[in-house]
Design a protein around this ligand. Sequence first.
Ligand code: CTP
Length: 411
Amino acid sequence: MPLRFECKNQDIPINKQVLLAICGGIAAYKSAELVRLLRKQGCEVRVVMTHSAREFVSPLTFQALSGNPVHSELLDIDEENAMGHINLARWADIVVIAPATANTIAKCAHGLADDLVTTLFLVATCPVYMAPAMNQAMWNKSVTQDNIRTLESYGVSFIGPNAGDQACGETGFGRMAEPAEICHQLLAEPKAEALQGVKVLISAGPTREYIDPVRYITNRSSGKMGYALARAAAQAGANVTLVSGPVNLAAPRGVEIVNIETAAQMYDAVLTRADENDIYIGAAAVADYSPALIEKDKIKKQAEQTSLVLQQTKDILADVARLANTPFTVGFAAETNDLAAYAQEKLHKKNVDMIAANWVGQEQGGFDSEQNALEVYWDKGHASLAMMAKNQLAEQLINLIATKFNEKNRI
Ligand code: CTP
């Protein structure tokens, strides 16, 4: 069931100065409603449009709705000091780029400033929000996801995109968030941070179990869920340490990273830190087995068939839960069948506070995907978190963990 947002009409107007930048995409028509909603809340809105945005909706529409002239030119002859972009950026309390196209996102991520919108982004010192809108394949492309993570590491907040039918006839993530949702997030009161000052240790990514100096056994984990959890926990006010297997992801802002390769290294990195932390989230896909013997030299091709003796690795999650001073412990379960039964069995067998289980080997979600869904179990409780982008899913899971952690600590 989709989340419903209302941009509630308050008695006291929110006197924010919002600079709305509109890029060229069919979702530009929704930005007209966004201007109307922001003004209804008492905000003053100024609009800038890229040249291609003007092909989709007339600047006159935004001029009429905002009550201010619409700007598109970098060098504005009408501005007396020809520095319109600096003045506009200084004026704004909030900059929101909606719709933000893949092209503008890419330019902003790399510091290009070849039009008014990208130049304003570079000049702005106030909070910047982006509401992406693009074809689902463009959204899922690694380069776009890398650009999103780069911008997040610079402090940009993303609203959406949502999943659904697209103007191009395809279905998936890439629809711009609804105007009410954008308005709600722009004007939301700063939330009491659910994990303020709480110490959170998270494991993420795959491990590598060496066979010889050039070969290893690993798995398909991308680390995206663990990194998204680290980011969400840091945003909720936590002091976060992330023990990470080899992944291709940028460190979330403000998070301390400990890089490891093998399950044994991850075990040591986690167990030496676990009892100083209040929460441990085991999101890593730790190898269950590693070669019993690591050959010193590269193994030569010999027999037609060969076999490898594997030895069970130590269970990090179970050993954290066994500590005398154990943190609130959350495990993950990746299942191809009987998800509820296996997840609940792991909850009790490993004696953890919570298990977040997801289906793997399915068309959507799971390993290396941009989205996922979770079934979360705790003692006598269960919550379903629907299929959504991993960043949003991580925020919801962190909220749930914070609620259960705070409940447990109040007892
Ligand atoms: N885990 C761990 N140490 C290991 C193996 C797993 O800490 N050596 C953690 C994972 O980080 C995850 C949870 O245990 O939080 C579940 O991992 P999973 O592999 O799904 O469960 P297993 O207990 O290994 O059981 P199985 O592989 O049989 O499903």
